[in-house]
Design a protein around this ligand. Structure first.
Ligand code: HEC
Ligand code: HEC
Length: 220
C-alpha cells in the first residue's frame, strides 16, 4: 500500500530535482499510522468500534461532507466509500500543512492520530454516491475519449474501475466538479496540492482532455 508507493517513488525520484519535494511530502509518522489502521481493520470487533467512534467525531464535518460522506456542494469531495489509506494520508497531509485548505488545516490539526483513523474508517465504510446522482450530465466532455486517455495514463495507478488495490485515491463516485478542480490544481502546480506524480502526469493535459476524463470518471 502506501509503503510500497513511497519506496517506488523514492527509487524513481532519487536522481530527480523533485526528490526533495517528495521527501518533504511524506513526513515521518504516516507509515506507523497506516500500519495501526491496518491492524484495526484486520480485527472485526476493533473495526466496528472505530467506525462508531469515527461517526461521532465526524459530526463536525457533516456541514460540508454530509451526514454519510456525500458532500453538500459539488466542489467539496465525497468521502463515502473512499480508500481509507488515502483518507488517512490526506488528513495527515492537512495536519502537517502539506496540503493547504484553510478550513481543513484548522479542523484536522485538532484531531488525535486515533481520531484520524476512526474517521477514515467511518467514511470508508459508507456507500459510494450513486452514479445517477452525480452531476456528470451537466459537465461537457466525451466519455469515450476520456476512457482512452484514462486507460493510457491513469489506469496503472487508479485501477480499471477507479478503485485500485494499492493506497491511491479512489476516483469512482467522486463529484465531477471536484475532480475537475483537483486535476486543474495539479496541472497548474497549485501550491496547495503538491504531488510530483500527479503534476507530471496531468501537466500536459488540455482543458478538453480534462473534461473528457471527468466525464468518463462519472461512469465508473
Ligand atoms: C467548511 C467545509 C468543510 C468542513 C467543515 C470539513 N471539510 Fe473536509 N474538505 C473541504 C473541502 C473544500 C475540501 C477540498 C479542499 C482541497 O482540495 O484541499 C475537503 C477535503 C477533505 C479531504 C480530502 C478528500 C479527498 O478526496 O482528497 C478529507 C479526507 C476531508 N476533507 C476530511 C474532513 C473531515 C474528517 C472533517 C471533519 C473533521 C472535514 N473534512 C470537515 C471542506 C470541509
Ligand atoms: C503514478 C501513479 C498515478 C497515476 C498514473 C495517476 N495518478 Fe492520480 N493520484 C496519484 C496519487 C499518488 C494521488 C494523491 C496525490 C496527493 O496526495 O495529492 C492521486 C490523486 C488524484 C486525484 C485527486 C483525488 C482526490 O480525491 O483528491 C485525481 C482526481 C486523480 N489522481 C486523477 C488522475 C487521473 C485522471 C490520471 C490520469 C490522467 C491520474 N490520476 C494518474 C497517483 C497517480
Amino acid at each position: 500500500m502506501y509503503g510500497v508507493r513511497s519506496r517506488l517513488l523514492g527509487a524513481l525520484l532519487a536522481f530527480s530535482p523533485l526528490a526533495a519535494a517528495v521527501a518533504h511530502a511524506q513526513p515521518a509518522g504516516i507509515e506507523a499510522l497506516q500500519q495501526n489502521m491496518r491492524q484495526i481493520m484486520s480485527n472485526p470487533v476493533l473495526h466496528a468500534s472505530a467506525v462508531r467512534a469515527g461517526q461521532e467525531r465526524a459530526l463536525l464535518c457533516t456541514v460540508c461532507h454530509g451526514k454519510d460522506g456525500i458532500s453538500t456542494r459539488d466542489w467539496i469531495p465525497n468521502l463515502a466509500g473512499q480508500n481509507p489509506a488515502f483518507l488517512l494520508e490526506q488528513m495527515h497531509a492537512y495536519a502537517h500543512k502539506l496540503r493547504i485548505d484553510m478550513n481543513m488545516n484548522k479542523l484536522i490539526e485538532s484531531m488525535s492520530p486515533e481520531e484520524l483513523i476512526n474517521v477514515a474508517l467511518f467514511y470508508a465504510s459508507q456507500p459510494l454516491q450513486a452514479r445517477t446522482n452525480l452531476e456528470r450530465s451537466e459537465q461537457p466532455g466525451d466519455a469515450a475519449r476520456g476512457k482512452r486517455v484514462y486507460d493510457a495514463m491513469c489506469l496503472r495507478c487508479h485501477g480499471p474501475d477507479g478503485r485500485d488495490e494499492k493506497g491511491y485515491a479512489w476516483l469512482a463516485g467522486q463529484k465531477s466538479t471536484y475532480l475537475r478542480q483537483s486535476l486543474e490544481r495539479y496541472r497548474n502546480a497549485d501550491d496547495g496540492r503538491i504531488d510530483p506524480d500527479m503534476r507530471q502526469i496531468v501537466g500536459g493535459l488540455s482543458d478538453e482532455e480534462i473534461a473528457n476524463l471527468v466525464n468518463f470518471l462519472g461512469t465508473l
